[in-house]
Design a protein around this ligand. Structure first.
Ligand SMILES: Nc1ncnc2c1ncn2[C@@H]1O[C@H](COP(=O)(O)OP(=O)(O)O)[C@@H](O)[C@H]1O
Ligand SMILES: [Mg+2]
Ligand SMILES: [Zn+2]
Length: 342
């Protein structure tokens, strides 16, 4: 995935540079027709510039005066140009390229003391790309800074909630574990996360909080609902059979994104063949994780027992072995919101 990102970012910078050049060109055209003397000045500046470089390259000491003279001519032309611009109501820098980011002149890189560094705009662009490619819509974005545990009851009620602590205590414990997951994201010994629980208790929200935080740390994230995941895999397989060179970025990202979120596992149409597919996906990601981060979060209404029933033994035991299992509990927050309780 990362290779594609860097390529896309490079293209974006090339586009920005071209935009700046195009903008400058159209400004020039506009001004040259309004103030013809400007075009003459620019031509003279160019010619003098060439002369100047030639003199410098020749490096003859008796040319010192000549160099000085050419420099004076250029300065004079620039002055004339500036006052022409000003007298016609244009700022002095109107014929300078306008970059989106003046610091790096839309190259993405800054030279500081013989070191080349990525510009601040590069990091921002990377994050924008990570979001765009993640499949997370703006609505789905959870955010730890807006995390609201007051949606979760502080009542201990084993019968109602199925756990022996209050939903609030439970969600705060899970949240803490999710923070650890983020901190240990690069470690192979950090397990994946499996969120289980009824509808509306914040599983997707939690997964998206994690996604947001990791994207801001430059991690590649792919969010997919389970039906979408399986249909993407199926479509890819079908086309790859027919077209030898067939490549699909979102298929590849299922395997290569550093974090994969599979939301609503179990809502995909049933098919035995798919479970073999699912198992090989899990295995591929697990073995990749040994060398570079490749973590997975699964959210589902299923409990462990249903995993065995709906999938097969191998899938269920793979999940139990490689995932930390968290049971979400509480009232349906969507319902609470509708009722206007909050
Ligand atoms: N911790 C939270 N803080 C604020 N809002 C939340 C939180 N958890 C869930 N919600 C909101 O509750 C609703 C249901 O949450 P969601 O994550 O979609 O549940 P689930 O995936 O378990 O069905 C959503 O509107 C979501 O924005
Ligand atoms: Mg959900
Ligand atoms: Zn920049």
């Amino acid at each position: 995935m990362s290779r594609d990102f860097y390529y896309l970012i490079k293209l974006e910078y090339e586009k920005r540079q071209k935009d700046a050049a195009d903008r400058l060109e159209s400004r020039k055209k506009e001004l040259y027709s309004k103030i013809p003397r400007l075009e003459e000045i620019d031509n003279e500046i160019n010619l003098s510039g060439i002369k100047y470089s030639r003199l410098i390259l020749q490096g003859n000491s008796q040319d010192v005066d000549a160099v000085k003279k050419v420099q004076e001519i250029i300065d004079g032309l620039k002055e004339e140009k500036n006052s022409l611009l000003l007298s016609h109501g244009y700022p002095e820098d109107y014929l300078e390229p306008v970059y989106k980011c003046p610091q790096c002149r839309d190259t993405g890189y800054i030279e500081s003391e013989n070191r080349i560094e990525k510009c601040h705009c590069y990091k921002q662009l990377l994050i924008e790309f990570l979001y765009k490619e993640s499949g997370l819509g703006p609505v789905e974005r959870g955010n730890f800074s807006q995390f609201d545990e007051s949606f979760f009851s502080d009542e201990v009620n084993v019968e109602k909630y199925g756990i022996n602590i209050s939903p609030r205590e439970n969600i705060l414990l899970i949240k803490e574990k999710c923070m650890e997951f983020i901190e240990n994201f690069h470690k192979p010994e950090q397990k994946n996360l499996f969120f289980s629980g009824p509808a509306g208790v914040g599983k997707t929200y939690m997964a998206n909080c994690i996604a947001e935080e990791l994207i801001n740390r430059g991690i590649t994230v792919l969010y997919m609902t389970s039906p979408k995941l399986f249909s993407t895999i199926n479509e890819y397989k079908a086309r790859a059979l027919k077209e030898e060179e067939y490549d699909d970025l979102s298929y590849r990202n299922i395997f290569e994104s550093e974090l994969l979120i599979i939301d609503d596992l179990g809502t995909e149409p049933m098919s035995a063949a798919r479970y073999a597919e699912f198992l090989s996906l899990l295995n591929a990601r697990l073995s990749r994780d040994m060398s570079s981060p490749c973590k997975t979060i699964i959210s589902t209404n299923f409990g462990i027992k249903e995993l065995y029933e709906y999938y097969d033994e191998r899938v269920a035991s793979r999940i139990i072995g490689a995932f930390e299992i968290y049971r979400f509990a509480g009232d349906d927050i969507r319902r609470l919101k509708k009722l206007g309780a909050k």
